[in-house]
Design a protein around this ligand. Structure first.
Ligand code: CMC
Length: 428
C-alpha cells in the first residue's frame, strides 16, 4: 500500500501522507490541506470520519467489539483490577506498583473534603435540581477555591491536581444526591476506601453506621471500570477542546459533565430505565415500542441501542449483562424492568431493522438495571457514569496538554446569506 493519498480538485492533484497507528489503523494527514489547496476544507459533521488527535490511551475496534485501556483488554481489567488501579493505569500509562497505588489512594483521600463554602453554593439550588446540573456547576465552582492554574510541566503539580479532581467529584456527587433528598450531607471518611466512601456518603443517614455490602461495592467498582474511557466520545472531546484553550482541569471536567448529561450520550442510562418503565406502564407491549423506534415519523428511539463506533457488539454490555444477572441474584431483587429489557433485546436482535443497521445493546442498556438494583435512583445514573469517566477525562486532558496540542478550532462551510444591504425598519 502506498504511504500517500492523492486528492484531485479541479484537475489539480495533491498528495497527503498516510499515518498509521500501532493497531494498523490508517489516517490521511490533512494538516496542510488548506494551505496547499488555497482554502479547501473537509466537511464531516459529527466527526464521523475525522481523527481529532493522536492518542495512546484507549483502543477500540467497533467491528470486532474490542476495547483496551493502555493495551489491556477491558475484560481482564474488569476481572483483575479495581477502579483506582485502572484509573492510575489510564491516567499515567502503566499499572501502578503496590507503592504507587497506596500513594495514589492516600493522596486522593487527603483531598476528599470540600470547602464548607461549597455548601452555600449548593444551598442556592432548588431541591429538585438535576444532580448532573449540580455536579457540572459545583465542579466549575471548584476553580474558585483552587484558582492557581496547573503547571503542566510540573509533574508534582499535575499529580496533586489529578488526585484533587478524583477526590472531590465523588463528594460533590454524593452531596447533589443528598440535596435532592433533603438529607444532611455526609462527609467522606478516611476509614473507607474510594468506593465505600461513595456509597456511605450517598446512602447512609448521619445517624447510622455504614457497613459495606461486598456485592454492592464490587458491582459498583466493576461498573466504574467499564466507564473509565472510551476514546474521543462527545464528553471526552469536549474536555480536550475546552482544555486546549488552557482552561483549567476543573473547568474542562465541568464541561465534560455537561456534555455527558445529554440523552444521546451518558444520559442514555436514565433514558433506558424511563423507557422500560413507560413500556411497563403502557401494558408491556414490547413490539409496539419496537415499531415506534422503526417509524421514521416518530422521534422515539430505542434507548440503550446503537453506538457510533460499535457495529458488532459493545464488549462492555456483555460484561454488564453478566454482572446484572449476578447482582440481581445475589441481592434477591425482582426487577420487572430487567424482564422487559431481556424481551426487548431478544425482539430487537431478531428484527431486520436493527440487524441491518447493526444496532446492538450498548453499555447503558444494562447499567441502569444494575444501578437500580444497587438502590441508586434514576437521576443519579448519569452521575455514576461521570464518576467512572473521570479518570478518562483526566487522562485525555493530561495527554492533550503534554502533547502541546493546538487550540481546538474547527472550520465551517458557510451556507448563509451573501453580502446584502442593511434594511431599515420600514423595509423589513
Ligand atoms: N433506535 C432506533 N433507530 C436507531 C437507533 C435507536 N436507538 N440508533 C440508530 N438508529 C437508526 C437511525 O435512525 C439511522 O437509521 P437510518 O439509516 O434509516 O436513517 C441508523 O440507525 C443510523 O443511526 P445514526 O443516528 O446515524 O447513528 P449514530 O452513529 O449517529 O448514532 C447513537 C449513535 C448512539 C447516538 C444512536 O444509536 C442513538 O441515538 N442511540 C440511542 C441512545 C443511546 O443509547 N446512547 C448511548 C450510547 S452508548 C454510551 C455513550 O457513548 O454515552
Amino acid at each position: 500500500m502506498s504511504d500517500k493519498a492523492t486528492l484531485e480538485i479541479n484537475g489539480e492533484k495533491y498528495e497527503f501522507p498516510l499515518v498509521k497507528g500501532t493497531e494498523n489503523e490508517t489516517a490521511i494527514n490533512l494538516k496542510s490541506l488548506r494551505a496547499v489547496t488555497g482554502g479547501v476544507i473537509t466537511l464531516d459533521p459529527g466527526y464521523k470520519n475525522t481523527g481529532s488527535c493522536e492518542s495512546a490511551i484507549t483502543f477500540l475496534d467497533g467491528e470486532k467489539g474490542v476495547l483496551r485501556y493502555r493495551g489491556y483488554p477491558i475484560e481482564e481489567l474488569a476481572e483483575k483490577a479495581n477502579f483506582l488501579e485502572v484509573s492510575y493505569l489510564v491516567i499515567f500509562g502503566e499499572l501502578p506498583t503496590k507503592k504507587e497505588l497506596i500513594k495514589f489512594e492516600k493522596t486522593i483521600k487527603s483531598y476528599t473534603m470540600l470547602n464548607e463554602e461549597m455548601k452555600d453554593i449548593l444551598d442556592g439550588f432548588p431541591k429538585n435540581a438535576h444532580p448532573m446540573g449540580i455536579l457540572s456547576s459545583l465542579t466549575g465552582a471548584l476553580t474558585a477555591f483552587n484558582p492557581k492554574s496547573v503547571d503542566i510541566n510540573n509533574e508534582e503539580d499535575v499529580y496533586q491536581a489529578i488526585c484533587k479532581t478524583m477526590a472531590k467529584i465523588p463528594t460533590i456527587a454524593a452531596w447533589a444526591h443528598s440535596k435532592n433528598l433533603g438529607k444532611p450531607m455526609n462527609y467522606p471518611h478516611d476509614d473507607f476506601d474510594f468506593i465505600e466512601n461513595i456509597l456511605q456518603m450517598m446512602f447512609t443517614n448521619r445517624n447510622e453506621r455504614y457497613t459495606t455490602n461486598k456485592v454492592v461495592a464490587e458491582a459498583l467498582d466493576n461498573l466504574l471500570i467499564l466507564h473509565v474511557d472510551h476514546e474521543q466520545n462527545c464528553s471526552t472531546s469536549t474536555v480536550r477542546i475546552v482544555g486546549s484553550s488552557h482552561a483549567g482541569l476543573f473547568a474542562s471536567i465541568s464541561a465534560g459533565v455537561s456534555a455527558l448529561w445529554g440523552p444521546l450520550h451518558g444520559g442514555a442510562n436514565q433514558a433506558v430505565i424511563e423507557m422500560l418503565e413507560e413500556i411497563i406502564a403502557d401494558g408491556g407491549d414490547v413490539e409496539k415500542f419496537i415499531n415506534k423506534a422503526k417509524d421514521k415519523n416518530d422521534p422515539f428511539r430505542l434507548m440503550g441501542f446503537g453506538h457510533r463506533v460499535y457495529k458488532n457488539f459493545d464488549p462492555r454490555a456483555l460484561i454488564i449483562k453478566k454482572s446484572a444477572d449476578a447482582v440481581l441474584k445475589e441481592l434477591d431483587v425482582n426487577e420487572p424492568t430487567l424482564k422487559v429489557a431481556k424481551h426487548l433485546e431478544e425482539v430487537a436482535l431478531n428484527d431486520p431493522y436493527f440487524v441491518d443497521r447493526k444496532l446492538f445493546p450498548n453499555v447503558d442498556f444494562y447499567s441502569g438495571i444494575i444501578y437500580r438494583a444497587l438502590g441508586i435512583p434514576v437521576e443519579m445514573f448519569t452521575v455514576m457514569f461521570a464518576i467512572g469517566r473521570l479518570p478518562g477525562w483526566i487522562a485525555q486532558w493530561r495527554e492533550m496538554r503534554l502533547r502541546k496540542e493546538p487550540i481546538g478550532r474547527p472550520r465551517q462551510l458557510y451556507i448563509g446569506e451573501t453580502k446584502r444591504a442593511f434594511k431599515t425598519f420600514e423595509k423589513r
